[in-house]
Structure formats: C-alpha cells, structure tokens
Write a protein that binds this ligand. Structure first.
Ligand code: PMP
Ligand code: GLU
Length: 397
C-alpha cells in the first residue's frame, strides 16, 4: 500500500537524474556506457576554489551560517551582479541555498499557492512543472518548437496570461534547448509583462557563462519590470561545482525575506565550507570561465558536425548551455526486432540499452519528439557516443 501524501504521489521523479542513475548501474555491471544524460561538466573545480574550502575547514567554518548565507558571500554575489550584469543589488536581496534547484523551488513556494498559474515555456527544464506541483500551483505550458528556435514570442506570452498568472519562468541560456534570448527579445517580453503588474518573472540564468553568441543578457535589466524579477543563478555549471550545492536568488527585498523565512524552517543556510568556496570563485575565477567556454565552443562545433551525419535528426544550433536537442520524430514509430519505439523515452532507453549511450527523452522536457544530449564530456567521448548513436539508429526499421 502506498502511504505517501497526495502531493508526493502526483510528483514525477527527475528523468535527468533517473537516466544518469540507470547509466551508472549499467557501468557498475561492467558495460561501457557513455553518459550524455545529466547536465554536469567533466571539469574539476578550480584549484584556488578547492584551496579556499580547505582553508575554511582549518579556520573552523563549521558552525551554522546565517540562513541566507554569509554576508561576505552575498556581498561577493552583489559585486558579481554589478560587474558582470550591471545590476544593483544589496546583500539583503540575496538568498543562498542548496543549489539553484532549491532556489527555484523556494521562489515558487514563496509566491505560488492554490489556483495560481505559472507560465512555463516548453521545452522546459524537467523540474519546473514538478516544483509548481509541490507549491500547489498550476503550470500553463506555452510550446515553442524547433521552427522558432524553441523561443516563445511576446504574443504567445500575452495569450497565456490570465488573472490567475503569478509567475512566468524564463530560462536563457536554456536547458534543454541551448537557445538564448537576445536583448531585443527580452525587451519585447518585458514590455508585455509591464502591462500585468501581478506577474513575477523567475529568470533562471544558471548557464549565463556558457554563451556562444555574446555577453549574457538578463531580463532584470529592464526598469519597467525590475521590481518583479527574481534572478536565479549558482556555481554548479560555470565553476564545475555541481556537488558543492550553492545556488542563489537576487530578488526584491520582500521576496528574499520570504525565501529566508521558508529556508529558516526548512534547511537553514547551505553548507558553510561550500559557501566559502563559492565566495572564492565569485571574487576571482582565475580565468576558469573563459577556459570552460572555449572548450564548450569546440564541443558544440563538433556535436553540430556529428549530429549532421545522423539521418532524420533536425537540429537547431545551440547558442548557449551544453545540450543539443535534436528533433528525432523520424525515429518514433520504428522498430528493432519486436522492440517498438513509441516515444522519445523509448528512444532514449533504446539508445542506452542497445547503443550504450545515455540521453534523456524530450517528453520529460515537454517536447515529446526530441531527445537531449549533454555535450559536457570530452571530444573523444563525443565522437564515440555519436558513432554509437548513429549505428543504433541505423538498426531501426
Ligand atoms: N536550473 C537549470 C535550468 C538547470 O539545468 C539546473 C541544473 N541542475 C538547475 C537550475 C539547478 O542547478 P543546481 O541545483 O545544481 O545549482
Ligand atoms: N539540471 C541538470 C540536468 O538537467 C542536472 C540534473 C538535475 O538537477 O535534474 O541534467
């Protein structure tokens, strides 16, 4: 008998983490699986950041930190926002949490209640609609297909807004599509939002530094909606620190205070040592971000070449992040022996079990004919993985 609450029963497990787990299980059985499923870089955390963490341990940063994080870390984040994004924030507008994942969830729990709607452009990051469920809200999905580079138009946004709309979630650069909204595109969305003063914008900018088309643009730069924007960011992707679990929001003071209150009853401040490491990364990245971006630029070029060799894949060139999101509709409905590919989840499972490459089916991202591959791995691995994918797909009839 299943005794979990109705809230938990309605929740789907994270498909990205599930595929990664499955790939690790096969590896543990001795199968040589290449994991392109989870969004995690293969770089190590920079040495000076590791040194800062070791120093923090020696200096006894072993006590509870303030709930929103150490003042010194929040100041470093404010300096980063000023220097890199030309955005003015004060430390009491910053709340640090256990990864940007918690930051997103905090904001939704703080703002969304029963009968509130949250607008989510699809393809979306797997966790957004599930977090909306946790907060008792209702997701309103707007679909943007490959023909519009997976980006919504201002008219689509406006058509989705109702008197119940509380939050609009924007993710640029995007997981899973790699698309990036230009300044003009963001301005056009901001101009729509200006007309709806009860709508808040959760701007997930975790892939800020992995951008191939120019410098990062935040929707928080537009004064007409600035007091309704919550920026979410963190150290996982740009400083290769997924396991350290530090994310943060920069928000209007009352929203930061609400997240602070929530977190105070729920998790307290995030890990003290990880905060000191994050602070070191924000004070000086020692050229790491540029190095990472250069590596990803090469990898992106390579995966564009490799996917072009796969018949039936339709690809929109990623402008940021480290995912490629081909439309694989041509393979849905095909079979291998008595194994039929009914949807993109089946296709991902087929590629894992027959091709020994882990990807994630697009269904989990609201794009049922697509498939997500993370290219956050070596060029050698990528060549091997795409040769296997091509070979496995070639067997489908
Ligand atoms: N937002 C997006 C779009 C992501 O891809 C991720 C990746 N996990 C997160 C938020 C959360 O990042 P983390 O919790 O590792 O900081
Ligand atoms: N966000 C990453 C991804 O999409 C990490 C996994 C997760 O947190 O769901 O793969």
């Amino acid at each position: 008998m299943d005794l979990v609450s109705a809230r938990l029963a309605a929740l789907s497990p994270s498909e990205t983490l599930a595929m990664s787990q499955k790939s690790n299980e096969l590896k543990a059985q001795g199968i040589d699986v290449i994991n392109l499923s989870v969004g995690e870089t293969d770089f190590n955390t920079p040495d000076h950041v590791k040194d800062a963490a070791k120093k923090a341990i020696d200096e006894n940063y072993s006590f509870y930190s303030p709930v929103p994080g150490y003042l010194s870390l929040r100041e470093a984040i404010c300096n980063k926002l000023k220097k890199e994004n030309n955005l003015e924030y004060k430390p009491d507008q910053i709340v640090c949490s256990n990864g940007a994942k918690q930051s997103v969830c905090n904001v939704l729990l703080a703002l969304v209640g029963k009968s509130d709607e949250v607008i989510i452009p699809a393809p979306y990051w797997v966790s957004y609609p599930e977090m909306v469920k946790i907060s008792d809200g209702k997701s309103v999905i707007i679909s943007a297909g490959i023909e519009q580079d997976f980006k919504i138009t201002p008219a689509q946004l406006e058509a989705a807004i109702t008197p119940q709309t509380k939050v609009f979630i924007l993710c640029s650069p995007s997981n899973p599509t790699g698309s990036v909204y230009s300044r003009d595109e963001l301005k056009a969305l901001a101009d729509v939002l200006e007309k709806y003063p009860n709508v808040y914008v959760l701007s997930d900018e975790i892939y800020e530094h992995i951008n191939y088309v120019g410098s990062h643009e935040s929707i928080a730069q537009f004064e007409n909606i600035r007091d309704r924007v919550i920026v979410v960011n963190g150290i996982s992707k740009c400083y290769a620190m997924t396991g350290w679990r530090i994310g943060w929001i920069a928000a209007p003071k009352w929203i930061a205070a609400a997240c602070n209150k929530l977190q105070g009853q729920y998790t307290s401040g995030p890990c003290s040592v990880a905060q000191k490491a994050a602070e070191a990364a924000y004070i000086d990245d020692a050229g790491f971000v540029v190095k990472v971006r250069e590596a990803f630029t090469r990898r992106k070029k390579l995966v564009m070449e490799l996917t072009a060799e796969i018949p039936g894949f339709k690809v929109s060139e990623p402008k940021g992040a480290f995912y490629i999101f081909p439309d694989a509709a041509a393979y849905i409905g095909k079979s291998y022996g008595d194994r039929k590919i009914e949807n993109s989840g089946d296709l991902a499972m087929y590629l894992l079990e027959v091709g020994h490459v882990a990807c994630v089916g697009g269904g989990a991202f609201g794009a049922p004919t697509c498939i997500r591959m993370s290219y956050a791995t070596s060029e050698e691995n990528l060549k091997k993985a795409f040769a296997r994918i091509k070979d496995a797909l070639g067997k489908l009839q």
